[in-house]
Every structure is written in C-alpha cells, then in structure tokens.
Design a protein around this ligand. Structure first.
Ligand SMILES: [Zn+2]
Length: 344
C-alpha cells in the first residue's frame, strides 16, 4: 500500500493559485482541432503541455505523428519509468477543443477563463484540459514532494479527439509495446456529482451506420407524380419505426443475444449513488419525459444497456420555404451504443 507523501497536501494548498493560473494559460489557447486557422494554436497547446512535462521531471518527451497522417495534430508522449516492480499507469487525455459557437450563448468569452460561483468557465475547462491538468499536477505534486513516483507513468495526449482521433488509433495499433501498461487512466470523463469524483471503469462502444433508401430514379414533382411515386422518406420512416418499440426495445433480430448485464455488486453500487431522476430529467435533459426501457433504471439505461438512435436524415429539400419534391434518395444516420459481449 502506497501512502501519500506527508508534505503533499500542504504543497497542493500552497500552489493552488499557481496551478489555477497555469490552467487558465492553457485554456486561453484556442486549440480548435477542426478549424485549420487554429493550426498554430494546436502547436502552442502541445508545446505548453510538453513544457509542463519537462518541468515536472518526465522523460522521453516526444512530439509524435503517425507517418500515415503527417497532416494530423501531434500526439504528446512522456514517461517516467523508475519504479521497478511497480505497476505502470498510462494517462490519456486530449488538448484539442470544440469550436466555441454559438458565441452569443457565452456569458464570458470562451477563451478568457473566468471563475463564477466557484466554477471555472472556458472552452475546454471540462473537456478535457481541466482533467488533463489535474492529472499532470497530481503527478507533479507527488514528484515534487517525494522526489519520485510510486508507480511508473506514461502520458499520451492527443490533439484530434474532437475530430475522430485517427492519429491516436493508428499510433496505438503500431506501438502497443511502447504504450504497454497495467492500467490506462482516461481523463476524458466527469465527476458523477459536485464533490463526488468518479472512476469510470467502462464506456459503451459504438457502431455508426447510414441507411440509404432509393425511391424514383430522379427527383419528381409531387403535383405531377404524388400518389404513385414511392417516397423514400416514407420507407425510411417505416424502417426506423420498425427498429425500436415504443417501450424502447430494439427490434433487430439477435441484437440482445450476448448482452452482458452488470453484476450484482455493480448494480448495488449504482443504487448508492446520489441520483434524482426528476432533477436529471428537468435540468440535464430539459425534457417532459424520459424514454427507454422502464424496467431498467436510468443509470442502467445510460451505462449498461445498448441503444439505437437516429442522428439525422439527409435528403430531399430542407432549405427555407417550400419545394414539393419527391426525392430520389433519402438516408438516415444512426448509431448503436454497444455493451460487453455484443458482436456487431
Ligand atoms: Zn473530451
């Protein structure tokens, strides 16, 4: 059992203001990975974190780009491997952020970090720069107060999480030996509730698909052909309705065959979490009702049950005003969140 260095709590208190001010410096960098204009900012964010790694005594600090994606955003790797016989932790996080639009919804500018009511507001504060920084500072504080770490540590931070993460996927496939670890700690998650930190031990997987329906061979006018021309949206609507029952059961044959339910200890632990279904519905969802399989709790439905959702239906006419087209094509983008042992 490793015990926390005696000086560590005082060190954290004494340095809290400095840590916050450094985090604000990181948050001021608009590292928006999806917008090419922010390329230099991506490099700045990478360099900022590389400097943090260097200052805290991490080694083998590397700026990595898989050779198949030279145009991608660089990964940042660093390690400290001087605890022979102890486990190795791999910390993962990302330094890129989503675009801040719509700007009119922000009470304070997205890249000017502001503390309000004890919360820090800025783009990336909670996804994922804040979490990454907490891990960096935890390792740094331990290193500073005991001169070494109780475990071996590797960091792998990426700059493409918000745009698909292709670079990190390639890199992990090609370098699993270099990344070998006993435990991967992913920072890209949240507290369960204020004051209640959580360790997420699993996330659902996903299959993303597009259903394409072909109607007539070309777009037709409903005044001329309405009544006889097959409308692909109508077929699509029937297909989608047929995929899931009103009670939230997914109707694809065999879909639930291998679903592994959570074990009794997990269910028991989830029951102990502070969770108010009405507050969740009103404040987090802002909806009149909760849908889905009522025989499962909300936490089971969002953590342990597979899903099927429609995300968009491209096709036909969607501009302002009206146009009476019977479209040749229609499609639906759908995804299924998967749970252990499902075989997509
Ligand atoms: Zn994230």
């Amino acid at each position: 059992m490793v015990s926390i260095p005696a000086e560590l709590p005082a060190y954290l208190d004494q340095n809290a203001d400095r840590f916050l001010s450094e985090l604000k410096d990181l948050l001021r960098i608009p590292s928006v990975s999806t917008l090419p204009a922010h390329r230099p900012d991506m490099e700045r964010a990478h360099a900022f974190l590389a400097e943090q790694m260097r200052a805290m005594g991490m080694e083998n600090i590397q700026r990595l780009l898989p050779k198949e994606r030279p145009q991608g955003e660089p990964l940042l790797y660093a390690d400290w491997l001087h605890a022979p016989g102890a486990p190795t932790l791999l910390f993962y996080g990302h330094y890129d952020v989503q675009p801040p639009d719509p700007l009119s919804e922000w009470l304070t500018p997205p890249f000017e970090p502001t503390v309000r009511d004890g919360n820090l507001y800025a783009r990336g504060a909670s996804d994922d720069k804040g979490q990454v920084f907490a891990q960096v500072k935890a390792v740094q504080a331990w290193m500073q107060t005991s001169g070494r770490l109780p475990v071996n540590v590797k960091f792998l931070l990426e700059g493409e999480e918000e745009v698909g993460g292709e670079g990190v996927e390639l890199y992990v496939r090609q370098h699993h030996d270099a990344l070998a670890c006993d435990c991967a700690v992913v920072s890209d998650t949240a507290f369960f509730a204020p004051g209640l930190p959580s360790l997420d031990v699993g996330l659902r997987g996903m299959v993303y698909a597009e259903i394409e329906v072909q109607g007539p061979s070309r777009d037709l006018h409903s005044g001329m052909y309405g009544g006889v021309a097959p409308n692909p949206f109508e077929a699509l609507a029937r297909i989608i309705v047929g995929l899931k029952s009103v009670e939230g059961k997914i109707l694809i044959p065999g879909f639930y065959d291998h679903v592994q339910p959570p074990n009794a200890a997990e269910l028991e632990a989830w029951k102990r979490l502070p969770f108010d279904e009405n507050a969740y519905r009103e404040q987090e969802l802002g909806s009149a009702a909760l849908t889905g399989e009522q025989q499962y709790s909300v936490l089971e439905r969002t953590w342990a049950r597979p899903t099927l959702e429609v995300h968009g239906m491209p096709g036909g006419f969607t501009g302002p005003g009206s146009k009476t087209v019977i479209p040749a094509h229609a499609s639906a983008k759908i995804s299924m969140r998967l749970v252990p042992d499902q075989r997509p």
